[in-house]
Design a protein around this ligand. Structure first.
Ligand code: ACO
Length: 324
């Protein structure tokens, strides 16, 4: 059957780096605590002026298109994932369209918090597998540090900024299999109520409502229970053995979450690539940034079987299984 194969990958990380030691000068924390609890050592920070979700998305997109060796005019659809867009409309996908010279193609954004890239990827695959598109650009782009309360040590240590992109092209191959879930019943433990609006910053309580709020321990417990269960469900529903999977490309949120998931699934941690030490949690951008790094390091081979999985605000969680 026709399915989308990843033919190009690209990412962009803003140049400014914030280390754990830098953070210890802002809030009461230290490198040892952050490293032990999260695995994060440093993260890239966008200034939200030169580098924001839409501009970082454009840079990642151009890199992915160059890697694919195609021209922008060959793209039929652009799907961008972001929870921290700097534009209300046009969408980030439309901003990218202008930058890559893909005039006339379909463009839209999805917001599914951290699993946004998987949601965008599955949407792209559904267009390709139903014959509605041949070449699709999929992105995740986030400027989370613009929504962080820099006085809250429980969250500000976790996040970084960046963007990643993949070009999918219709080829004969194995169908993309996926399951996506959400539970608003558990939404209260991770949310951000409002976009930053300069005219409203003096309104009582408004600035606070633009900060991300998280009950970290609750989210942690939820993820280490639901994500392994979801991957088990995915393998049973689509009849594959976890032993056949070459790479478990997970949302980079916390090293301990990945370790606990690998243990529950009985899979070697070596199959879980990680770059969280250098990026922090970049939400929907984390998976395409990691895939790009894996490609550059020669860790992806045509035919490799990949499970991607992510979780985040909503609460939302999802996973898919496909052939590289
Ligand atoms: N430095 C030092 N101490 C700290 C820090 C810090 N940065 N943050 C919290 N502490 C303290 C707490 O005050 C607490 O102290 P106490 O025992 O005296 O009360 C102690 O450390 C333990 O705090 P916990 O919050 O229970 O720490 P925990 O081990 O749960 O780690 C963490 C916190 C890293 C946030 C973890 O819960 C986590 O990673 N949760 C999941 C978050 C996540 O993955 N979110 C994903 C989605 S993000 C999105 O969708 C945008």
């Amino acid at each position: 059957m026709l399915t989308g194969k990843i033919i190009g990958l690209g990412s962009y990380l803003p140049p400014k780096i914030l280390t754990n030691d830098d953070l210890s000068k802002i809030v009461d924390t230290n490198d040892e605590w952050i490293t032990e609890r999260t695995g994060i050592k440093r993260r890239h920070i966008a200034d939200a002026v030169e580098d924001k979700a839409s501009t970082m998305a454009c840079k990642a997109a151009l890199a992915a298109i160059e890697d694919a060796g195609i021209s922008g005019s060959e793209i039929d659809l652009i799907v961008a994932a972001s929870t921290t867009p700097d534009v209300v409309f046009p969408s980030i996908a439309c901003c990218v369209q202008g930058a890559v010279g893909a005039d006339g193609c379909a463009c839209f954004d999805v917001n599914s918090a951290c699993p946004g890239f998987i949601a965008a990827y599955n949407t792209a695959q559904s267009y390709i597998e139903s014959g509605n598109a041949k070449t699709v650009l999929v992105l995740g782009a986030e400027c989370l540090t613009n929504f962080v309360d820099w006085e809250d040590r429980g969250t500000c240590i976790l996040f970084g900024d960046g963007a990643g992109a993949a070009v999918l092209r219709a080829e004969e191959g194995m169908k993309n299999s996926f399951i996506m879930k959400a539970s608003m019943n558990r939404g209260a433990c991770l949310h951000c109520e409002a976009m930053k609006q300069p005219k409203r910053v003096d309104e009582e309580g408004f600035l606070k409502s633009t900060f991300m709020y998280m009950q970290g321990r609750e989210v942690f417990r939820f993820v280490v229970t639901e994500v392994p269960a979801l991957i088990d469900e995915l393998s049973k529903k689509y009849e594959f053995d976890l032993g056949e999977v070459d790479h478990f490309v997970f949302h980079q949120a916390n090293r301990r979450i990945i370790e606990a998931t690998a243990k529950k699934l009985g899979v070697s941690l070596e199959k879980f690539p990680m770059n969280i030490q250098d990026t922090g949690n970049t939400s929907s951008a984390s998976i395409p940034i990691l895939l790009t790094q894996m490609k550059k390091e020669g860790k992806l081979k045509k035919g490799d079987k990949i499970v991607m999985s992510s979780f985040g605000g909503g609460l939302t969680w999802g996973a898919n299984y496909f052939e590289y």
